[in-house]
Ligand binder design. Sequence first.
Ligand SMILES: Cc1cc2nc3c(=O)[nH]c(=O)nc-3n(C[C@H](O)[C@H](O)[C@H](O)COP(=O)(O)OP(=O)(O)OC[C@H]3O[C@@H](n4cnc5c(N)ncnc54)[C@H](O)[C@@H]3O)c2cc1C
Length: 492
Amino acid sequence: MGVKALTTGLFALSSLSNAYAALDSTFFKLFDTIEKDVVIIGGGASGSHAAVRLREDYGKSVVVIEKEAILGGHVDTYYGDKTGVPRDYGVQVYFEYEDALDFIKRFNCTLVPGLAPSGATTTKYVDFSTGKALVNYTEPDAGAVTTAIIAMHNVLVSKGYDKMIEPGFWNLPPGPQIPDDLLLPVSQFAAKYNVTPALSRMYQSTGGGPAAQQKRFQDVMTLTFLQSFSPAWMRVFWGEIGMYHIDGGNQGLYNKIAALLGKDVLYNTVVLGAQRTDTGVTLLVSGAQGTKVIKAKKLLMAVPPTRENLLPFDLNDAETDLFSKTMYGRYGTAIVRHSSLTPGQELYNMPTSAVQDPYTPFVNNPHILSFSSYGNDTDLFSIGTSGAGTPYLLYGQTVATAVAQIELQNMANAGTIPKLNGKLLEVVEWSDHGPGGFGVSAADMRAGWMSQFYGLQGKRSTWFTGGAIAIDFSTQLWKMNDEVLKRMIAAW
Ligand SMILES: Cc1cc2nc3c(=O)[nH]c(=O)nc-3n(C[C@H](O)[C@H](O)[C@H](O)COP(=O)(O)OP(=O)(O)OC[C@H]3O[C@@H](n4cnc5c(N)ncnc54)[C@H](O)[C@@H]3O)c2cc1C
């Protein structure tokens, strides 16, 4: 869809939403009505978990509105490899956080320690902007990096910052009292505490993207950055806590949740309009199963609160003002193939400057992180791409694939890989992980954005959860959910 068509569509939806908010009950009688205790928007990690807990543990009836055909959000498992091996190319691992892994165990999924084997046996470091392989590049000293991650973790814990942000921001002080440290760009935080070597691993682990709306990784505000690289996640890096993947592919968990929830999920469905009051919500939704009215006592928003996702909702002036300040990046992952890519090899995007300084190997957005082979016996590769710093609505599959194609061409031109012979990169499966890397500016945070946002919890029967407003890892989001649900039930 072109930008103009998209803008027109959104404008029309906005008008519809305003008109809808003013409608009376005779309108609703035109459609089938579903009545539930809680309507949940989004069936990713947060929405799926919340649906299970509300229905199975709290005895509340639920309906999930999910725009895609499956549950799981950023979890992507490709089952079509000729080797028969499932390939996770979205969420890779689940790490221990309090008792959160019990949620996976209740579905009888087998947790296997560590990452699924990547399959690449060699790595070539290449500056994708020139296409040239780096000569005389030495990887950062692993010991120095781990020492720096431990030191950064210890700073966060000794100052009590972890308690302010994990798993959600319930204990973040009001704007004026937020510690200056948390509002610094992450590179300044690292320099202040002498932990800069930690950033090389952190950049690689986040793909430089999910944490960044900014073009440059190093400019991301520390508070925003920690959402994608939390103190708990740091403990994985020196083995204090374990990480696991699910045998048979991470999507297996969500397929089992889908089987359990059955007809309580409306797939390929979106919200067209909403009326929210202090006693309940009425939504008009439309999708594969037609147009329906949903009446519920509570609404749980488990999608990023972007302007597009909020457009169908009847925002008041305060909500409109608050959400107008948000910024997002866009990330994508894909399974690809091209005859000029060598099975068994990973091509890793590394700036030429890393030869001099391997501890700050940051590539500006947008970029492809790597082309990583799944092994000698397959022609499939995974890629991750960060489009942060570009308008996030634009950085979808088409633009991201063009970036990948250009970087591949650069490598062919430089002789790093064989000639492309006019062949385009084949995208076997694409997964949109955006909008992500949610944040607001340091000035807005200082002016109290987060406490105003958390102050909305429960107002107009609406609750918020999910990676945009908490630490953005599955297990930590499930503990965030526990807190949201506890408060929702207490306020019933
Ligand atoms: C590349 C990448 C790798 C990651 N790896 C890991 C990892 O290894 N381990 C880990 O714990 N975390 C990982 N994360 C973070 C993890 O993906 C997030 O913490 C998690 O997906 C966020 O869950 P969520 O439910 O908040 O949002 P999402 O997973 O984004 O779910 C939102 C859901 O809502 C749906 N939706 C969106 N808009 C609408 C709408 N308007 N109407 C209806 N439905 C809608 C979406 O289709 C989706 O299903 C990774 C993130 C990225 C980007």
